[in-house]
Design a protein. Structure first.
Length: 129
C-alpha cells in the first residue's frame, strides 16, 4: 500500500524531516500544527490561533482525501490551562457535529507566540481522493 504525503510548506518540515500529514490506507495522521500565517504572522488571540491551526490541519486532511467528518481523534496542546475555554469553544465550532475523541494538554511550545498547537487523526474511505 502506497503512503501519501502532504506538505503545508512549513520550513520545519524540511529542517526536521516530517510531513504535515501522512496517509496510509484509510488512516490519515496530521502532524502538530501551529497557528502561523503564510507571512509568518501569529495572531495573539487564542481563539484566532485555534481557528488557524484547524484551518491548516484540515487543509492537509483534505489534500489526502479526507473531510472533517472523517476525523476520529484530535489533540490540542495549550500553554496554559486558562486557554481551555477559548480553544475548546473553537474545537466545538469545528467538530461539534463529529465529536471525535479528543485530548487537551498543557505544554510548552517551540515558539513563544504560539498558544495552541493541534493534531488530527482521521479514517478516510479507501476510495476517497
Amino acid at each position: 500500500m502506497a503512503v501519501q504525503l502532504s506538505s503545508s510548506g512549513s520550513p520545519f518540515e524540511q529542517a526536521i524531516g516530517f510531513s504535515r500529514a501522512v496517509r496510509s490506507g484509510s488512516l490519515v495522521s496530521v502532524s502538530g500544527t501551529a497557528p502561523v500565517w503564510p507571512d509568518g504572522h501569529v495572531d495573539p488571540e487564542p481563539a484566532v490561533q485555534a481557528r488557524r491551526c484547524w484551518e491548516i490541519a484540515l487543509a492537509a486532511l483534505a489534500d489526502l482525501g479526507g473531510t472533517v467528518a472523517d476525523v476520529v481523534r484530535t489533540r490540542q496542546y495549550v500553554v496554559s490551562a486558562e486557554l481551555a475555554d477559548p480553544v475548546g469553544r473553537v474545537h466545538a465550532e469545528v467538530f461539534g457535529e463529529v465529536r471525535p475523541a479528543s485530548t487537551m494538554v498543557v505544554v510548552g511550545l517551540l515558539d513563544p507566540r504560539w498558544l495552541v498547537e493541534v493534531e488530527v487523526d482521521a479514517v478516510v474511505q479507501l476510495g476517497a481522493q
